[in-house]
Design a protein around this ligand. Sequence first.
Ligand code: 5GP
Ligand code: ZN
Length: 112
Amino acid sequence: MSCLFCKIASGEIPSAAIYQDERVYAFADINPKAPVHVLIVPREHIDSLAEATPEQNDLLGHLFWVAAEIARNKGLAKGYRVVVNTGEDGGQTVDHLHLHLLGARQLTWPPG
Ligand code: 5GP
Ligand code: ZN
């Protein structure tokens, strides 16, 4: 298994879990862009949102629920942002589907 986020989600590379269940693993981004910056990944390898299939709709919905649950647990009552960088133009650098949960500061729009 060569995928970085597969290794993190499986525990092959140790990390502190922010949330985990049988389908999902969440951990802190190594290079945070906000005071709260959590990465939420499916344990199942999916290259990117562009490769997700209708059979994975329930998993994708669950990932978003997990993002909201972590935001609640971290007290982000004023709001937050969930980002899914996809492909080269989307700025995706790790080819394992992941949600970024960003919060605890005023975020600007549009993104760069
Ligand atoms: P992308 O650019 O693909 O949307 O997001 C990848 C994210 O993974 C980046 O925000 C980057 O900081 C983070 N990242 C890359 N390598 C590691 C790592 O080894 N550990 C952790 N915790 N985050 C990583
Ligand atoms: Zn993977």
